[in-house]
Structures are given as C-alpha cells and as structure tokens.
Design a binder for this molecule. Structure first.
Ligand code: HEC
Length: 113
C-alpha cells in the first residue's frame, strides 16, 4: 500500500515541478508586444522612428528587416557602428522582447502619428 502511495506522491511532485518550471519560464520571457512598443518608443524611436518605420536620426528602418531575431538581439545588446549598445541600459529580457517586437512589424506599418 505505501509503495503505491509513494508512486502517486512522486508522480504528483514531478507534475507540480514541471508545471512550476514551465509557468516560470513563460513568465520570464513574456513581455507583451504592447509593452515592447513602449520600451521601443522611449529608447529607440528617436533614432529609428515610430514603429521602426522611418529612419530618424541616422537609424535605419527596422520594420521588414530580413535579419533574424537572434541577429537583431545581438545588435541591440552589443551595438553596431553608430548604434549604441543597450547592454547596460536594458535587461536581456527586454532586449529579447524588442527583437521579437521588430520582427512583428509589417514592412508597411504606418507611422504612429
Ligand atoms: C543614437 C541613435 C540610435 C538609437 C537610440 C538606437 N539605434 Fe538602432 N541603429 C542606429 C544606427 C545608426 C544603426 C545602423 C548601424 C550600422 O551602421 O550598422 C542602427 C541599427 C540597428 C539595428 C540593426 C539593423 C540592421 O538591419 O542591421 C537594430 C536591430 C537596431 N538598431 C535596433 C535598435 C533598438 C531596438 C533600439 C532601442 C533599444 C535602438 N536601435 C536605438 C541608431 C540608433
């Protein structure tokens, strides 16, 4: 009887642990696109334009970029030529969210105003 109980208890603990880790992982990576848009507006749009649509102060248009999310992440993290590094300004989580946000922009996204 106790063996059976132990098996059930182990299975339950395992499921609970799995549920907990996947919930924690999801929480860690889910910054919404709406929040990403705000992060972009306050850190990036003065150079890249609203929604990354237009080149502002020297920043290229980002909407519709053919580069993948990882490449964008690396550029934002480390900087690239005249593009400043955001390693010390934004968390890695926020930089990931920005890379995701840029990839979500359609190439013909209209400007904000
Ligand atoms: C001071 C102006 C400035 C700011 C602020 C700025 N950028 Fe840039 N960004 C640039 C310039 C200039 C380039 C072109 C770099 C080059 O010549 O390779 C660039 C390039 C990039 C690229 C690479 C584009 C490509 O196709 O290779 C990405 C991605 C990018 N910026 C994202 C961001 C994000 C996200 C932010 C806000 C966190 C941001 N930038 C803030 C000026 C800026």
């Amino acid at each position: 009887m106790s063996q059976r109980f132990q098996m059930a208890a182990t299975a339950f603990a395992l499921l609970a642990a799995l549920g907990w880790t996947s919930a924690a992982a999801q929480e860690a990576q889910e910054i919404s696109l709406e929040d990403s848009r705000k992060i972009f507006a306050s850190n990036c749009s003065w150079c890249h334009g609203s929604f990354g649509k237009k080149a502002g102060k020297g920043g290229p248009k980002l909407a519709g970029t053919p580069r993948d999310e990882e490449a964008l992440f690396q550029t934002i993290l480390k900087g690239q030529n005249a593009m400043p590094s955001f390693k010390n300004t934004l968390s890695e989580e926020k930089i990931r969210a920005l890379a995701r946000y840029i990839k979500s922009l359609p190439a013909d996204e209209p400007p904000a105003q």
